[in-house]
Design a protein around this ligand. Structure first.
Ligand code: FAD
Length: 291
């Protein structure tokens, strides 16, 4: 199918983009990489009156890395983030999760921020934003504001952003000291959306005992959630921790749905298996960093 007719604007500045979005009202949509929006248009699942293409807006294509974390501009493509070594050193989950986003051709064009603005519960980067306690910066005609992940995601494909707004960047907090991370998922084919994915962070205390364990899942809830699994393993020496206890706890905390890809029971089983697997790997990394 072909998209319904739409007007197209390609403003050269952020102010111009906001002016077009304000003038066009609810019928206007931001176009970034187009890797989610254009399929929706082609299938006529969306029919915006105007597309506001932000690709000519300057200053949105950089990755800034500081000791606090990684700030990813709205026009940074998935593959650029995947290859950013400085970003991966400060927050390794970024590259590990991005490697599971779609196929290389889609990652060449699709943006990390677009993926977050799209708020797909099957997207990897919404769950990474949550797990890293991240936020987005949003430009509106009234100025810029920061929105934390808990206030951003309100439902599948739905954010709290309304009215003229352009997400200019997403901020992912740095990996805490003595911590390790891992990310893994199960998909029917490499590059497909995950049937279930898991990202975890393990933090050790100064005696190399488990101090904190957090996990976030992909394709499991309607919006990203972070689950605290610390109680299952707290105080255990990192080398002898029983990660199956954390996997069992995780299974009780999630409430997945069934769909044509997998039953809720299968997803819950995968949550346990992936949690156990990723925690073993993240703990080994944390142990290396704590040494
Ligand atoms: C075959 C296929 C497989 C895929 N597999 C995966 C996968 O496994 N995992 C995954 O996470 N994604 C997957 N994707 C989606 C891909 O990651 C997209 O790149 C991403 O979801 C959206 O980014 P985009 O830049 O393409 O956004 P667009 O398609 O341009 O926009 C998506 C939505 O976000 C809004 N938006 C985008 N940028 C902004 C902004 N800066 N400010 C405000 N609103 C904005 C748009 O208005 C639109 O509503 C897949 C896509 C395809 C076609």
């Amino acid at each position: 199918m072909k998209p319904a007719p739409f007007r197209y604007a390609d403003p050269g500045t952020l102010d111009e983009a906001l002016a077009v979005l304000s003038a066009e009202g609810a019928g206007a949509k931001v176009l970034a990489g187009g890797q989610s929006l254009l399929p929706l248009l082609s299938m006529r699942l969306a029919a915006p009156a105007t597309l506001v293409d932000i690709n000519r807006v300057p200053g949105l294509d950089s990755v800034e890395v500081t000791g606090d974390g990684v700030t990813v501009g709205a026009l940074v493509r998935h593959n650029a983030l995947l290859r950013d070594g400085a970003a991966a050193r400060v927050q390794p989950l970024l590259a590990r999760a991005t490697a599971n986003v779609a196929h290389p051709a889609i990652r060449n064009r699709g943006t990390t921020v677009g993926s977050i603005a799209h708020a797909d519960p099957s997207g990897e980067m919404t769950s990474v934003l949550a797990l890293t306690d991240g936020s987005v910066t949003v430009a509106t005609p009234d100025g810029a504001e920061t929105v934390g992940w808990r206030d951003l995601f309100v439902g599948p494909l739905e954010t709290s952003l309304h009215g003229p707004a352009v997400v200019t960047s997403a901020h992912f907090s740095a990996l805490p000291p003595r911590s390790g991370t891992a990310f893994a998922e199960v998909a029917r084919r490499k590059g497909d959306y995950a049937v279930c994915g898991a990202g975890v962070v393990v933090t050790l205390d100064e005696d190399r005992r488990v101090a904190a364990v957090r996990a976030s899942y992909v394709s499991v809830g309607l919006t990203p959630e972070v689950h605290d699994l610390t109680d299952a393993v707290v105080g255990k020496p990192v080398d002898g921790a029983d990660w199956s206890a954390a996997g069992a706890l995780a299974r009780t905390l999630v409430d997945p749905d069934s769909d044509l890809h997998a039953s809720a029971d299968y997803r819950r089983l995968l949550v346990g298996v992936l949690t156990e697997r990723t925690l073993a790997s993240a703990a080994a990394e944390a142990a290396g960093r704590a040494a």
